[in-house]
Design a binder for this molecule. Structure first.
Ligand SMILES: [Zn+2]
Length: 132
């Protein structure tokens, strides 16, 4: 004869086994794989790189390793996708054709407070003249 207490315990064991099966069946790719695809970029500076290369504030928040500025993040593919109609603002001093090269150069390098200063440093570093 099975008493109500034994019946409830058996039901709980079945439910736990079922939940364990569902958890293992629904296993997703490990979260680090997603995190590794993220890039972080300065909200107020030109630094950007893979998110694991960001520094940390004492509070634990990721920050720019050069100016300790606040960062945004997004997937690397989205960050590197440049709309075909994108035209850099004139103040940046760079053409749409040069933009991807400058962006690649800036990755992981010391930051600048704005794109114009970074572009000037990129030109000096790569011996490129001014944009015609
Ligand atoms: Zn910075």
């Amino acid at each position: 004869m099975v008493n109500p207490q034994q019946r409830r315990a058996a039901k709980r064991r079945r439910r736990e086994r079922r939940n364990a099966r569902r958890r293992s069946a629904g296993a997703r790719p490990t979260p680090p794989a997603y995190r590794e695809r993220l890039v972080a970029y300065g909200a107020r500076c030109t630094w950007w790189d893979a998110k694991p290369n960001a520094a940390r504030l004492p509070s634990g928040l990721p920050c720019c390793p050069f100016c300790s500025g606040v960062l945004f993040e997004c997937e690397e593919a989205a960050w590197l996708t440049i709309r075909p109609d994108f035209v850099p603002p004139a103040a940046w001093g760079i053409s749409a054709e040069e933009y991807p090269q400058w962006l690649a150069w800036q990755r992981g390098r010391a930051c600048y407070p704005n794109q114009a200063e970074s572009v000037a440093a990129w030109r000096a570093d790569t011996d490129r003249g001014e944009t015609p």
